[in-house]
Design a protein around this ligand. Structure first.
Ligand code: SP5
Ligand code: ZN
Length: 371
């Protein structure tokens, strides 16, 4: 299988994130993508190539141009405003109740981007856990180009391509970044596929977290079906979206399918959910599926609470490929660094119809302990 990767992600070299106001070691770190690349390179069955530049057009096809412009200048703005921090995080968010009682016209006039960069980050941001550093914008643009190059490979005839996107994308909405995500790589890819093929496109989101951004972008769209298996938002991020009764509206009514799972969800729970998701995708016409692939469903993931094991990723990859549709597989989350490479390798080998070929992840015991 062809793999698209760029070292541009290395510039998004974050070391800490904020969790409930406290600085904690970052989860979404550069080592993640390097682990996956190393495992795929050592497999021998993958060809790694660099992305090509696709410009602003495919980004503004799904994102507000204001978000693009903010992310482009955010770091230099922070320096220009004399804020000597190691990373940019929002000060204040425009909570919906700040504008309670005001008319829609007043709200439209008043909810606008301020000039203070901490306010601007609040205007465009979802949460405080997506720190922005000097190299973030170039990295995020690189991840978009990785996704779009994977699309190109499939449009050129490949059955499947894997985009090693970092930073991830599925929490980023039309006019919002957050959840470690800046641009929605999968949504941008799906939109490009709709435009190139004229067909309906399905997105299968297998990250542990609900892809609120992808859901929002295609909420009213009849041509893109979004199907997601994730932790019940009642107990997990992003908390406010991801429930079963979110089915889309207008042309998109019925095109949004959420499958939330309980804490401790097992391999069997996950395979049953996978089959439901795949039935939902098979029910609509189309020949391509974008997979938002996360490994934060793994049993040892530091922020997830499912109980999946490496072998199940091979089986999930096999079942997804059995749809018989072309696959654009894009990396989202997954934070247990020692096993990320093996989990990705297992999934992608499954999708290619190659046997599960487990190897000990380097320096990792069977319980995930690192030597
Ligand atoms: C792409 C992706 O996977 N984004 C995830 C964003 C999650 N942000 C919130 C993290 C909350 C961490 N909770 C820590 C609990 C520790 N016991
Ligand atoms: Zn996630």
């Amino acid at each position: 299988m062809q793999v698209v990767y760029t070292p541009a992600h290395l510039g998004h070299d974050i070391t800490v994130e904020t969790f409930m106001g406290l600085s904690v070691p970052a989860n979404e770190v550069a080592e993640r993508a390097e682990r996956i690349r190393a495992a795929l390179e050592s497999d021998g069955g993958f060809t790694v190539s660099a992305p090509t530049e696709h410009g602003d057009g495919p980004i503004t096809a799904v994102h507000d141009v204001g978000l693009l412009r903010f992310l482009e200048v955010a770091w230099s703005e922070m320096r220009a405003q004399g804020i000597p921090r190691a990373f940019l995080a929002a000060d204040t968010y425009p909570n919906r109740s700040m504008f309670e009682g005001m008319s829609p016209e007043a709200v439209a006039r008043l909810v606008r981007e301020p000039s203070h960069v901490g306010g601007r980050a609040g205007f465009w941001g979802l949460d405080s856990a997506a720190p922005l550093v000097a190299g973030t914008y170039v990295a995020a643009r690189g991840a978009v180009d990785v996704a779009l190059t994977a699309v190109d490979l499939v449009l050129a005839g490949a059955d499947a391509a894997y985009g090693l996107c970092r930073p991830p994308g599925h929490h980023a909405a039309r006019a919002m970044y957050g959840g470690y995500c800046f641009f929605n790589n999968a949504a941008i890819a799906a939109q490009a596929l709709v435009e190139a093929t004229g067909e309906r496109v399905a997105i299968l989101d297998l990250d542990f977290h609900h892809g609120n951004g992808t859901q929002q972008i295609f909420w009213r769209r009849g041509d893109v079906r979004y199907v997601s298996i994730h932790a019940d938002p009642d107990r997990q991020y992003p908390y406010f979206l991801g429930r079963v009764d979110e089915i889309g509206e207008g042309d998109g009514a019925g095109e949004n399918v959420n499958i939330p799972l309980r804490a401790g969800a097992t391999n069997d729970d996950y395979l049953a959910a996978t089959d439901r998701a795949l039935e939902s995708i098979a029910a609509v016409p189309g020949s391509v599926v974008v997979v938002s692939l996360g490994f934060d469903t793994y049993g040892l993931d530091p922020i997830g609470d499912f109980a999946l094991t490496t072998d199940i990723y091979h089986e999930v990859g096999r079942r997804v490929a059995a749809l018989g549709r072309r696959l654009i597989i894009l990396q989202e989350g997954g934070y247990h660094r020692p096993t990320l490479g093996e989990n990705a390798r297992a999934w992608l080998r499954g999708a290619e119809g190659r046997p599960f070929d487990p190897r000990p992840a380097s320096g990792v015991g069977p319980d995930g302990s690192v030597a």
